[in-house]
Design a protein around this ligand. Structure first.
Ligand SMILES: Cc1cc2nc3c(=O)[nH]c(=O)nc-3n(C[C@H](O)[C@H](O)[C@H](O)COP(=O)(O)O)c2cc1C
Length: 312
């Protein structure tokens, strides 16, 4: 069954819950454009999340959800708000959401945790998750070690709940590949940064458009919090300090507020410009609806072309 049939959306796409970017307004715009919009609770406190959920609900009558980052200091409160507000769809990042699953299921939500390895996929499936999002290291933001190509089929074989592919999907060909690997749909992040509706600073969008295939780098691999961002003076300095043995505190202080500097101030030198490897294939700013339609039509066209080649 495709993801759109499971979730009641038009397209089999989830919007990645991007902290400090995916507001209630943006999530509603995504849902209105036919995919599953997600409010990124990562940069919010409890009250802000509640406000954003209510704003989103006022702006769309389509399904939407919330992404909870499990390393957030107020995670319990955020999890509670999602349940109290009866959000219908919840994704989680950076950890095992098992302790919250009974509360969320009781509130009527479908829960799809993000996993970067088979072990966590098995744990969350056993705990009652409705699906998993297998996220490869090509992705923007926090990443694991495995590629989407290697991870998705192994997760699919390990669990008997739906698997969504994330990481490296921004064209119809990549969508077709994700289906071929056993995914029921895709979670998109980087390609939505260059949507007209995305509320990041114009300088951030232009930096994504200028990126080439090799323009991203992973910071924090040594310290155990790997994050894929666009190369800039901040990223290079971070990796240099890391290699020189800087401790966690020094690195945290060095990057303090860097995502907000990128998103709100458009500071492309000292800001943290989270983006995935597909940044190199993005060439224009377009409305969300056009991005989703092209992605789906591109998938269908590529599938038809392959079938034709096969029969020739
Ligand atoms: C700018 C940015 C911020 C992100 N923040 C989050 C987050 O707060 N929570 C989360 O679960 N995933 C986050 N992600 C990952 C996305 O949800 C998604 O899985 C990923 O972007 C998919 O890969 P792609 O970037 O190749 O499209 C972020 C991604 C980007 C690009």
């Amino acid at each position: 069954m495709k993801l759109n049939q499971i979730l009641g959306t038009e397209f089999p796409f989830l919007q990645g819950g991007m902290a400090n970017i995916a507001t209630g307004e943006f999530a509603a715009a995504v849902s209105n454009a036919g995919a599953m919009g997600l409010i990124g609770a990562g940069g919010m406190d409890v009250d802000t999340l509640r406000e954003n959920i209510r704003k989103c609900r006022a702006l769309t009558d389509k399904p939407f959800g919330v992404n909870i980052m499990l390393m957030h200091p107020q995670v319990k409160g955020l999890a509670q708000v999602a349940a109290e507000e009866h959000v219908g769809f919840i994704t989680t990042g950076a950890g095992n959401p098992a302790p919250f699953l009974p509360m969320w299921k009781e509130s009527g939500a479908k829960v799809f945790p993000v996993v970067a390895a088979v072990a966590l996929a098995k744990l969350v499936a056993k705990a009652g998750a409705d699906g998993v999002i297998a996220e490869g290291t090509e992705s923007g933001g926090h990443v694991g070690e495995l590629t989407t190509m290697a991870l998705v089929p192994q997760v699919r074989d390990a669990v008997d709940i739906p698997v969504v592919a994330a990481g490296g999907i921004a064209s119809g060909e990549q969508m077709l590949a994700a289906f071929a690997l056993g995914a029921c749909g895709a979670q998109l992040g980087t390609c939505l940064l260059v949507s007209q509706e995305c509320p990041i600073h114009e300088n951030y969008k232009q930096a994504v458009l200028k990126a080439r295939d090799s323009s991203t780098i992973v910071t924090g691999r040594i310290g155990g919090t790997p994050v894929r961002i666009l190369k800039n003076p901040m990223a290079r300095e971070y990796v240099a300090r890391e290699k020189a043995g800087a401790d966690k505190l020094e690195l945290e202080e060095f990057t303090l507020g860097s995502l907000r500097r990128a998103v709100f101030d458009g500071d492309v030198k000292t800001g943290s410009l989270m983006a995935g490897q597909v940044a190199g294939q993005l060439t224009e700013i377009r409305p969300l609806r056009a991005i989703f339609e092209d992605l789906y039509a591109g998938y269908q066209a590529r599938l038809a072309a392959l079938n034709q080649e096969e029969q020739a």
